[in-house]
Design a protein around this ligand. Sequence first.
Ligand SMILES: NC(=O)c1ccc[n+]([C@@H]2O[C@H](COP(=O)([O-])OP(=O)(O)OC[C@H]3O[C@@H](n4cnc5c(N)ncnc54)[C@H](O)[C@@H]3O)[C@@H](O)[C@H]2O)c1
Length: 319
Amino acid sequence: MKIAVTGVAGFIGSNLADRLITEGHAVVGLDNLAYGPREQVPAGVDFRPVDIRDPALATHFAGCDAIFHLAAKNCIADCQDDPLETADINVTGTVNVLRAARDAGVVRLIHAESSAVYEGSGVLPTPETEMAPRSFYAVSKQAAGAFAEGFARFEGLHLTGLRYFGVYGPRQDYRRTIPPVMSAFILALLRGEPPTIYGSGEKRRDFIYVDDVNDFHLQCLADPRTIGETFNLGYGVTYSVNEIFAHVAKLLGSTLEPVYRPDLRGEAQTTHADIAKARALGWQPRVDLDEGLARSIRFIRDHVIANPNPVRAAERGAG
Ligand SMILES: NC(=O)c1ccc[n+]([C@@H]2O[C@H](COP(=O)([O-])OP(=O)(O)OC[C@H]3O[C@@H](n4cnc5c(N)ncnc54)[C@H](O)[C@@H]3O)[C@@H](O)[C@H]2O)c1
Protein backbone atom coordinates (compact mmCIF):
# COMPACT_ATOMS: atom_id res chain seq x y z
CA MET A 1 0.00 0.00 0.00
CA LYS A 2 0.95 3.65 -0.22
CA ILE A 3 0.58 5.16 3.25
CA ALA A 4 0.87 8.78 4.40
CA VAL A 5 2.21 9.50 7.90
CA THR A 6 1.93 12.98 9.44
CA GLY A 7 4.49 13.68 12.17
CA VAL A 8 6.95 11.34 10.43
CA ALA A 9 10.00 13.01 12.04
CA GLY A 10 8.59 12.43 15.51
CA PHE A 11 9.06 9.52 17.88
CA ILE A 12 6.06 7.35 16.98
CA GLY A 13 5.81 8.52 13.34
CA SER A 14 9.44 7.64 12.54
CA ASN A 15 9.12 4.21 14.16
CA LEU A 16 5.87 3.61 12.27
CA ALA A 17 7.44 4.65 8.97
CA ASP A 18 10.34 2.24 9.57
CA ARG A 19 7.91 -0.60 10.23
CA LEU A 20 5.71 0.19 7.21
CA ILE A 21 8.76 0.21 4.92
CA THR A 22 9.98 -3.09 6.43
CA GLU A 23 6.54 -4.56 5.68
CA GLY A 24 6.87 -3.48 2.03
CA HIS A 25 4.64 -0.41 1.99
CA ALA A 26 5.51 2.92 0.33
CA VAL A 27 5.49 5.83 2.79
CA VAL A 28 4.79 9.51 2.13
CA GLY A 29 5.95 11.32 5.28
CA LEU A 30 4.82 14.81 6.28
CA ASP A 31 6.33 16.96 9.05
CA ASN A 32 7.07 20.66 9.53
CA LEU A 33 10.07 19.69 11.72
CA ALA A 34 8.77 21.85 14.59
CA TYR A 35 9.68 19.15 17.13
CA GLY A 36 11.02 16.15 15.22
CA PRO A 37 14.40 16.53 13.45
CA ARG A 38 14.89 15.82 9.73
CA GLU A 39 17.58 13.26 10.61
CA GLN A 40 14.96 11.14 12.27
CA VAL A 41 12.95 10.56 9.07
CA PRO A 42 13.77 7.00 7.99
CA ALA A 43 15.54 6.35 4.70
CA GLY A 44 13.07 5.34 2.02
CA VAL A 45 10.35 7.78 3.11
CA ASP A 46 9.10 10.18 0.45
CA PHE A 47 9.50 13.17 2.78
CA ARG A 48 7.45 16.36 2.43
CA PRO A 49 8.43 19.25 4.76
CA VAL A 50 4.90 20.64 5.14
CA ASP A 51 2.66 21.91 7.89
CA ILE A 52 -0.59 20.00 8.47
CA ARG A 53 -2.40 23.37 8.29
CA ASP A 54 -1.25 23.87 4.67
CA PRO A 55 -4.30 24.64 2.48
CA ALA A 56 -2.78 22.48 -0.30
CA LEU A 57 -2.31 19.44 1.96
CA ALA A 58 -4.51 17.19 -0.23
CA THR A 59 -1.87 17.15 -2.97
CA HIS A 60 0.42 15.15 -0.62
CA PHE A 61 -2.26 12.52 0.01
CA ALA A 62 -3.00 11.86 -3.68
CA GLY A 63 -2.94 8.14 -4.47
CA CYS A 64 -2.58 7.05 -0.83
CA ASP A 65 -4.50 4.05 0.50
CA ALA A 66 -4.47 5.22 4.12
CA ILE A 67 -3.24 8.03 6.35
CA PHE A 68 -1.82 7.88 9.87
CA HIS A 69 -2.26 11.32 11.44
CA LEU A 70 0.22 11.68 14.31
CA ALA A 71 1.47 15.29 14.00
CA ALA A 72 0.60 17.35 17.07
CA LYS A 73 1.73 19.86 19.64
CA ASN A 74 1.91 17.53 22.59
CA CYS A 75 3.98 18.79 25.49
CA ILE A 76 1.27 19.19 28.16
CA ALA A 77 2.97 22.20 29.83
CA ASP A 78 3.53 23.99 26.51
CA CYS A 79 -0.09 23.39 25.50
CA GLN A 80 -1.25 24.80 28.84
CA ASP A 81 0.85 27.94 28.21
CA ASP A 82 -0.48 28.43 24.67
CA PRO A 83 -4.07 27.21 24.17
CA LEU A 84 -4.40 29.16 20.92
CA GLU A 85 -1.51 27.42 19.18
CA THR A 86 -2.65 24.12 20.71
CA ALA A 87 -6.07 24.54 19.12
CA ASP A 88 -4.51 25.71 15.87
CA ILE A 89 -2.25 22.68 15.45
CA ASN A 90 -4.22 19.92 17.18
CA VAL A 91 -7.78 20.89 16.25
CA THR A 92 -7.63 23.06 13.11
CA GLY A 93 -4.64 21.05 11.86
CA THR A 94 -6.53 17.79 12.33
CA VAL A 95 -9.62 19.19 10.60
CA ASN A 96 -7.38 20.18 7.69
CA VAL A 97 -5.93 16.64 7.56
CA LEU A 98 -9.47 15.18 7.55
CA ARG A 99 -10.61 17.65 4.89
CA ALA A 100 -7.53 16.94 2.76
CA ALA A 101 -8.11 13.18 3.08
CA ARG A 102 -11.65 13.64 1.81
CA ASP A 103 -10.52 15.92 -1.03
CA ALA A 104 -7.80 13.44 -2.06
CA GLY A 105 -10.27 10.54 -1.97
CA VAL A 106 -8.45 8.74 0.87
CA VAL A 107 -11.14 7.09 2.97
CA ARG A 108 -9.02 5.29 5.58
CA LEU A 109 -7.46 7.42 8.31
CA ILE A 110 -6.04 6.42 11.70
CA HIS A 111 -5.47 9.32 14.10
CA ALA A 112 -3.61 9.76 17.37
CA GLU A 113 -5.62 10.66 20.41
CA SER A 114 -4.20 10.32 23.94
CA SER A 115 -4.73 8.76 27.35
CA ALA A 116 -4.58 12.37 28.60
CA VAL A 117 -8.33 12.56 27.94
CA TYR A 118 -8.76 10.33 31.05
CA GLU A 119 -6.85 12.74 33.37
CA GLY A 120 -9.87 13.45 35.59
CA SER A 121 -11.36 9.96 35.62
CA GLY A 122 -11.14 7.94 38.81
CA VAL A 123 -11.90 4.68 36.99
CA LEU A 124 -8.82 2.43 36.82
CA PRO A 125 -8.00 0.66 34.59
CA THR A 126 -9.71 3.17 32.33
CA PRO A 127 -11.93 2.06 29.45
CA GLU A 128 -12.44 4.11 26.28
CA THR A 129 -15.75 5.55 27.55
CA GLU A 130 -14.25 7.53 30.49
CA MET A 131 -13.51 10.95 28.96
CA ALA A 132 -12.49 13.53 31.60
CA PRO A 133 -9.93 15.99 30.14
CA ARG A 134 -8.19 18.35 32.59
CA SER A 135 -5.72 20.18 30.34
CA PHE A 136 -5.79 22.14 27.08
CA TYR A 137 -3.77 19.35 25.44
CA ALA A 138 -6.41 16.77 26.42
CA VAL A 139 -9.25 19.09 25.40
CA SER A 140 -7.61 19.60 22.00
CA LYS A 141 -7.40 15.82 21.49
CA GLN A 142 -11.06 15.44 22.49
CA ALA A 143 -12.13 18.24 20.13
CA ALA A 144 -10.10 16.75 17.26
CA GLY A 145 -11.73 13.39 17.98
CA ALA A 146 -15.17 15.01 17.79
CA PHE A 147 -14.33 16.48 14.37
CA ALA A 148 -13.06 13.08 13.26
CA GLU A 149 -16.42 11.57 14.23
CA GLY A 150 -18.09 14.31 12.19
CA PHE A 151 -16.01 13.43 9.13
CA ALA A 152 -16.95 9.78 9.57
CA ARG A 153 -20.64 10.61 9.83
CA PHE A 154 -20.98 13.40 7.26
CA GLU A 155 -18.23 12.54 4.78
CA GLY A 156 -18.00 8.75 5.01
CA LEU A 157 -14.36 8.52 6.13
CA HIS A 158 -13.30 5.22 7.74
CA LEU A 159 -11.64 6.35 10.94
CA THR A 160 -9.88 4.80 13.92
CA GLY A 161 -8.84 6.77 17.01
CA LEU A 162 -5.88 5.50 19.03
CA ARG A 163 -5.43 6.57 22.66
CA TYR A 164 -1.78 5.87 23.38
CA PHE A 165 -0.65 5.63 26.99
CA GLY A 166 3.07 6.18 27.80
CA VAL A 167 4.76 5.04 24.60
CA TYR A 168 8.51 4.46 24.92
CA GLY A 169 11.35 3.08 22.84
CA PRO A 170 14.07 4.22 20.42
CA ARG A 171 13.82 7.90 19.41
CA GLN A 172 11.56 8.80 22.33
CA ASP A 173 12.15 12.54 22.60
CA TYR A 174 15.30 12.81 24.69
CA ARG A 175 15.95 16.40 23.52
CA ARG A 176 13.19 18.02 25.53
CA THR A 177 13.92 20.32 28.44
CA ILE A 178 12.23 17.70 30.61
CA PRO A 179 12.38 14.41 28.67
CA PRO A 180 9.96 11.53 29.36
CA VAL A 181 11.15 9.45 32.34
CA MET A 182 12.56 6.47 30.44
CA SER A 183 14.85 8.61 28.26
CA ALA A 184 15.67 10.99 31.09
CA PHE A 185 16.83 8.22 33.43
CA ILE A 186 18.75 6.28 30.79
CA LEU A 187 20.49 9.39 29.50
CA ALA A 188 21.45 10.69 32.94
CA LEU A 189 22.75 7.36 34.23
CA LEU A 190 24.75 6.68 31.06
CA ARG A 191 26.33 10.12 31.49
CA GLY A 192 26.99 9.43 35.16
CA GLU A 193 24.67 12.24 36.31
CA PRO A 194 21.96 11.87 38.97
CA PRO A 195 18.52 11.88 37.28
CA THR A 196 15.73 14.19 38.42
CA ILE A 197 12.39 12.89 39.70
CA TYR A 198 9.58 15.46 39.88
CA GLY A 199 7.32 14.93 42.89
CA SER A 200 7.57 11.87 45.13
CA GLY A 201 8.08 9.41 42.27
CA GLU A 202 4.93 7.57 43.32
CA LYS A 203 2.86 8.56 40.27
CA ARG A 204 2.04 5.40 38.36
CA ARG A 205 2.14 5.06 34.59
CA ASP A 206 1.09 2.50 32.03
CA PHE A 207 4.01 2.19 29.57
CA ILE A 208 3.80 0.53 26.16
CA TYR A 209 6.75 -0.24 23.89
CA VAL A 210 6.55 1.40 20.45
CA ASP A 211 6.76 -1.94 18.54
CA ASP A 212 3.57 -3.12 20.28
CA VAL A 213 1.85 0.09 19.20
CA ASN A 214 3.05 -0.56 15.64
CA ASP A 215 1.53 -4.06 15.75
CA PHE A 216 -1.84 -2.41 16.25
CA HIS A 217 -1.13 0.23 13.59
CA LEU A 218 -0.63 -2.61 11.10
CA GLN A 219 -3.75 -4.36 12.33
CA CYS A 220 -5.71 -1.18 11.58
CA LEU A 221 -4.68 -1.47 7.93
CA ALA A 222 -5.81 -5.09 7.69
CA ASP A 223 -8.75 -5.50 10.07
CA PRO A 224 -12.08 -3.83 9.15
CA ARG A 225 -13.30 -4.32 12.73
CA THR A 226 -11.06 -1.38 13.73
CA ILE A 227 -13.03 1.05 11.51
CA GLY A 228 -15.29 3.49 13.35
CA GLU A 229 -13.75 2.62 16.73
CA THR A 230 -11.41 4.13 19.31
CA PHE A 231 -8.87 1.97 21.15
CA ASN A 232 -6.68 2.30 24.22
CA LEU A 233 -3.10 1.22 23.55
CA GLY A 234 -1.28 0.55 26.81
CA TYR A 235 0.27 -2.49 28.47
CA GLY A 236 -2.49 -2.81 31.08
CA VAL A 237 0.12 -2.73 33.90
CA THR A 238 1.38 0.26 35.90
CA TYR A 239 4.79 1.11 37.39
CA SER A 240 5.65 4.03 39.65
CA VAL A 241 8.32 6.45 38.48
CA ASN A 242 10.51 5.21 41.35
CA GLU A 243 10.08 1.63 40.12
CA ILE A 244 11.08 2.66 36.59
CA PHE A 245 14.16 4.36 37.99
CA ALA A 246 15.05 1.21 39.93
CA HIS A 247 14.68 -0.95 36.76
CA VAL A 248 16.87 1.38 34.69
CA ALA A 249 19.51 1.63 37.46
CA LYS A 250 19.60 -2.17 37.81
CA LEU A 251 19.93 -2.73 34.05
CA LEU A 252 22.80 -0.21 33.94
CA GLY A 253 24.41 -1.42 37.17
CA SER A 254 24.25 2.15 38.52
CA THR A 255 24.23 3.16 42.18
CA LEU A 256 23.55 6.86 41.49
CA GLU A 257 20.66 8.25 43.56
CA PRO A 258 17.95 10.42 41.94
CA VAL A 259 17.37 14.05 42.93
CA TYR A 260 13.77 14.88 43.88
CA ARG A 261 12.32 18.23 42.74
CA PRO A 262 8.85 19.85 43.08
CA ASP A 263 6.05 18.17 41.18
CA LEU A 264 5.10 19.21 37.63
CA ARG A 265 1.60 20.60 37.17
CA GLY A 266 -1.09 19.02 35.06
CA GLU A 267 0.03 15.40 35.37
CA ALA A 268 -2.38 12.63 36.38
CA GLN A 269 -1.56 10.59 39.50
CA THR A 270 -2.14 7.29 37.71
CA THR A 271 -2.65 6.20 34.13
CA HIS A 272 -3.78 2.63 33.61
CA ALA A 273 -5.23 1.35 30.35
CA ASP A 274 -8.12 -1.02 30.07
CA ILE A 275 -7.00 -2.77 26.87
CA ALA A 276 -9.83 -5.31 26.66
CA LYS A 277 -11.20 -3.72 23.48
CA ALA A 278 -7.95 -4.02 21.48
CA ARG A 279 -7.27 -7.46 22.99
CA ALA A 280 -10.68 -8.67 21.82
CA LEU A 281 -9.37 -8.19 18.25
CA GLY A 282 -6.39 -10.45 18.95
CA TRP A 283 -3.81 -7.73 19.67
CA GLN A 284 -1.51 -8.32 22.61
CA PRO A 285 1.46 -6.28 23.88
CA ARG A 286 4.57 -8.48 23.58
CA VAL A 287 7.52 -6.44 24.84
CA ASP A 288 7.80 -6.41 28.64
CA LEU A 289 9.43 -3.63 30.63
CA ASP A 290 12.90 -5.15 30.98
CA GLU A 291 13.13 -6.00 27.28
CA GLY A 292 11.74 -2.58 26.26
CA LEU A 293 14.15 -0.78 28.57
CA ALA A 294 17.10 -2.88 27.35
CA ARG A 295 16.29 -1.94 23.74
CA SER A 296 15.85 1.74 24.71
CA ILE A 297 19.21 1.70 26.50
CA ARG A 298 20.90 0.18 23.42
CA PHE A 299 19.46 2.96 21.24
CA ILE A 300 20.53 5.80 23.54
CA ARG A 301 23.99 4.26 24.05
CA ASP A 302 24.58 3.71 20.31
CA HIS A 303 22.87 6.78 18.84
CA VAL A 304 22.98 9.50 21.47
CA ILE A 305 25.90 8.88 23.82
CA ALA A 306 28.18 7.48 21.09
CA ASN A 307 27.34 10.37 18.76
CA PRO A 308 29.41 13.42 19.75
CA ASN A 309 27.28 15.69 17.57
CA PRO A 310 23.68 14.70 18.24
CA VAL A 311 20.73 16.16 16.40
CA ARG A 312 20.30 19.85 17.20
CA ALA A 313 18.48 20.25 20.48
CA ALA A 314 14.88 21.41 20.22
CA GLU A 315 14.26 24.20 22.70
CA ARG A 316 11.06 22.72 24.08
CA GLY A 317 9.89 19.43 22.68
CA ALA A 318 6.75 17.39 22.42
CA GLY A 319 5.48 14.10 23.74
N1 LIG B 1 4.49 9.50 22.88
C1 LIG B 1 3.46 9.21 23.65
O1 LIG B 1 3.60 8.55 24.68
C2 LIG B 1 2.07 9.67 23.27
C3 LIG B 1 1.03 9.47 24.19
C4 LIG B 1 -0.25 9.88 23.85
C5 LIG B 1 -0.50 10.45 22.61
N2 LIG B 1 0.51 10.66 21.74
C6 LIG B 1 0.19 11.28 20.44
O2 LIG B 1 0.85 10.55 19.41
C7 LIG B 1 1.25 11.41 18.37
C8 LIG B 1 2.75 11.25 18.10
O3 LIG B 1 3.46 11.52 19.31
P1 LIG B 1 5.05 11.50 19.39
O4 LIG B 1 5.41 11.08 20.76
O5 LIG B 1 5.61 10.78 18.22
O6 LIG B 1 5.34 13.06 19.28
P2 LIG B 1 6.56 13.84 18.58
O7 LIG B 1 6.53 15.22 19.10
O8 LIG B 1 7.81 13.05 18.70
O9 LIG B 1 6.11 13.87 17.05
C9 LIG B 1 5.15 14.78 16.56
C10 LIG B 1 5.65 15.29 15.22
O10 LIG B 1 4.66 16.18 14.69
C11 LIG B 1 5.33 17.24 14.06
N3 LIG B 1 4.45 18.41 13.98
C12 LIG B 1 4.01 19.18 15.00
N4 LIG B 1 3.24 20.17 14.55
C13 LIG B 1 3.16 20.01 13.20
C14 LIG B 1 2.52 20.73 12.17
N5 LIG B 1 1.77 21.81 12.43
N6 LIG B 1 2.65 20.29 10.89
C15 LIG B 1 3.40 19.20 10.62
N7 LIG B 1 4.06 18.48 11.56
C16 LIG B 1 3.94 18.90 12.84
C17 LIG B 1 6.55 17.51 14.92
O11 LIG B 1 7.58 18.19 14.24
C18 LIG B 1 6.96 16.10 15.34
O12 LIG B 1 7.93 15.55 14.48
C19 LIG B 1 0.85 12.83 18.80
O13 LIG B 1 -0.39 13.13 18.21
C20 LIG B 1 0.70 12.70 20.31
O14 LIG B 1 -0.21 13.66 20.82
C21 LIG B 1 1.80 10.29 22.05
